[in-house]
Design a protein around this ligand. Structure first.
Ligand SMILES: [Zn+2]
Length: 303
């Protein structure tokens, strides 16, 4: 499986910033380590062009991000200090999802070791998301005629509000989100299917929601390509997730997504989404398990 990473493009953060930036490097190292993920080819993606970003984002927002002229409130909503490095990292992160999606169409599966920036709207970012990688990748591949129907299966603990808003009323993209109903973002958007869970829901509530979401993504979405946002933040050890889901249940989640797609020949591009474990090594292991599960699809006949 081809796997794309962007951790060499440094997004400078002040000391003590709450975003766990180092998880991306640790994840890449874990993937490449002996016994990490078998048969992977790691690659650095090209940056996404302005023209590609404009398939989703407004010219005004894009120009303000590039020039560092976002208003203070808009910049604070994103949560990263502006720098040229932030812009480059954000472009590469979208590029990695585009490359992972192309790899999925060629090989059955592809991965971005970052991405899942689902809180980005056409005209604003939020929650550590600058550009909406999955939305931009979808529009690029639709424009090229490589896909018609796309499904976004968002199993990060936070609702994919930007993605839902971008594709609302678009019958070519089916959006599904399983998330903490009381968690960020506090104003939810409407996906094609939303399955909100209570704080502390645990495996017994999480797994049936995952099963239903996965079924809907493949059966109602009828996708030519499925984006799987495999957030590590539903985990019980997460600082922000509050869902109290175990490692075992997250592994079953990954298996179910893979099985649903394997049996129907649907290519999968997996992106990582959030993960804010009190123990960062645990977050990395959860992401690694998701990548490994999806890698099992690579080489399968796609389509
Ligand atoms: Zn999240």
């Amino acid at each position: 499986m081809q796997i794309f990473y962007t951790d060499e493009f440094v997004l400078p953060l002040p000391p003590g910033h709450r975003f766990p930036m180092e998880k991306y490097r640790l994840l890449r190292e874990a993937v490449a380590a002996p016994g990490g993920v078998i048969g992977v080819r790691l690659g650095v993606p090209a940056p996404t062009s302005d023209g590609e970003l404009r398939l989703v984002h407004t010219p005004g927002y894009l120009a303000a991000v590039i020039a560092g002229t976002l208003e203070r409130r808009a910049a604070r909503a994103i949560g990263f200090p502006w720098s040229p490095g932030m812009v480059e990292r954000s472009r590469r992160s979208v590029g990695a999802t585009v490359a992972a999606a192309r790899a999925a169409l060629d090989d059955g599966a592809g991965a971005n070791l970052a991405g899942g920036t689902h809180h980005a709207f056409p005209d604003r970012g939020g929650g550590f998301c600058v550009f909406n990688d999955v939305a931009v990748a979808t529009r690029i591949l639709q424009r090229e005629g490589r896909v018609r129907q796309v499904a976004v299966l968002d199993l990060d603990v936070h609702q994919g509000d930007g993605t839902a808003a971008i594709f609302r009323g678009d019958p070519s993209v089916f959006t599904v989100s399983v998330h903490g109903g009381a968690n960020y973002p506090f104003r939810k958007e409407q996906s094609d299917l939303d399955l909100p869970l209570d704080d502390g829901a645990g495996d017994d509530a999480f797994l049936p929601a995952v099963a239903r979401a996965t079924e809907a993504a493949v059966e109602e979405g009828r996708p030519d390509l499925l984006f799987y946002i495999a957030g590590a933040d539903p985990h019980e050890g997460d600082r922000l997730g509050r869902l109290a889901v175990t490692r075992g249940a997250l592994a079953r989640r990954d298996e179910w997504v893979v099985e649903a797609c394997r049996s129907r020949g649907i290519p999968v591009a997996v992106v990582m989404g959030g993960g804010y474990g009190r123990d960062i090594r645990e977050t990395v292991q959860i992401h690694l398990a998701s990548v490994r599960a999806v890698a099992g699809l690579a080489g399968a006949p796609a389509g």
